[in-house]
Design a protein around this ligand. Structure first.
Ligand SMILES: Cc1cc2nc3c(=O)[nH]c(=O)nc-3n(C[C@H](O)[C@H](O)[C@H](O)COP(=O)(O)OP(=O)(O)OC[C@H]3O[C@@H](n4cnc5c(N)ncnc54)[C@H](O)[C@@H]3O)c2cc1C
Length: 297
């Protein structure tokens, strides 16, 4: 209860940071109709990510959703997003959300994936296949059908250069199309602050260049979580902890305990990213750390 009260006192909810002004780490934020200026010594930007969109005919029809929206409708609001669904993307998000849709009683007609192989973990793919959902690789969506809302979808096979192969179109009667085609870090505030950004495909696109302490190229501005490169919830929380402890230590508030905790957090993050599943993220992070070092040479 005490911790909750403490958090309530510190958290400012329904408040959007709309600008960062360099020099004094000054943030402008909007809460309701009020514009608030906040002066800080350090800033940790953990703004998350936005979902990628696909270009195809009728992609603006009601019934075309991002996977995040589908998951929020089901898990937060208890609303079935549709009755018959086509899932686009067989990464972990596409596979896991497909399974959750099945659990909610939605019929998932098929999962299509542009790559020649399934991007997500085998265990998630196997689970939905066992439920009778086919996964078609080297296949993408060509168009959504419908006048006022989605009534169907047409998929098409892709060749090794990702060009559509005519004559391979397949029509589905669906009322919902779910796009699970990746995320991009939300880097607007870093950009506005003047932090160096770099295009790192392994981390989802434009990413703030940062070091192992999560500090960007602008001293005092830190990045954490998906905003610092797309990952998953555990690594996001661990990066947030590292950024916070690094701030504490450089504000000369450090104690033996915070120094020890920081070391422990590095170890835990390393463990979370070890093994083959963490390989892509490791490669991406190595790139941003190298860029950060080069920036400071
Ligand atoms: C559909 C989907 C399913 C997923 N499933 C899993 C899963 O099963 N397991 C897993 O580990 N990971 C999963 N992930 C990934 C996981 O959600 C993210 O890695 C994790 O949420 C990242 O945490 P974060 O704190 O960096 O960002 P977020 O959780 O995105 O939080 C960012 C927060 O910043 C706020 N914000 C943004 N801009 C501003 C601003 N200017 N001012 C104030 N606030 C702002 C946002 O409102 C948001 O609350 C999934 C992702 C998606 C899209």
């Amino acid at each position: 209860q005490d911790l909750y009260q403490e958090a309530e006192d510190t958290l400012m909810l329904n408040a959007s940071v709309i600008g960062y002004y360099s020099g004094s780490h000054s943030l402008a934020l909007v809460k309701g109709t009020t514009l608030v200026e906040l002066q800080t010594e350090k800033v940790i930007v953990a703004t998350g990510a936005s979902e990628k969109m696909l270009l195809f005919e009728n992609n603006d029809l009601p019934g075309v959703y991002g996977a995040g929206a589908v998951q929020t409708l089901m898990n937060v609001y208890g609303i079935k997003p549709g009755h018959n669904m086509l899932m686009v993307g067989a990464g972990n998000v596409g596979l896991i959300v497909s399974y959750q849709l099945l659990q909610a009683g939605v019929n998932v007609e098929a999962v299509v994936e542009a790559m020649p192989h399934i991007g997500g973990y085998h265990v998630h793919a196997a689970k939905i296949r066992r439920c009778g959902v086919p996964i078609y690789t080297s296949t993408s969506i060509q168009k959504a059908l419908g006048e006022e809302y989605v009534t169907g979808a047409v998929t098409i096979s892709l060749d090794e250069n990702w060009n559509p192969i005519r004559g391979t179109e397949k029509e589905y009667t669906v009322d919902t199309i779910c796009l699970a085609v990746g995320l991009s870090p939300s880097v607007e505030l870093f950009h506005q602050a003047g932090c160096r950004l770099a295009y790192i495909p392994e981390l989802g696109g434009n990413t703030p260049v940062h070091n192992q302490n999560m500090e960007t190229t602008l001293p005092g501005v830190y990045a954490a979580g998906d905003a610092a490169g797309i990952g998953e919830a555990n690594t996001a929380m661990m990066e947030g902890k590292i950024a916070a402890l690094s701030c504490i230590n450089t504000l000369e508030l450090s104690t033996d305990e915070t120094v020890k905790e920081l070391e422990e957090s590095f170890r835990e993050l390393h463990l979370l990213r070890s093994g083959t599943f963490g390989e892509r993220a490791r490669q991406g992070k190595e790139k941003v750390f190298t860029l950060w070092r080069e920036h400071h040479e």
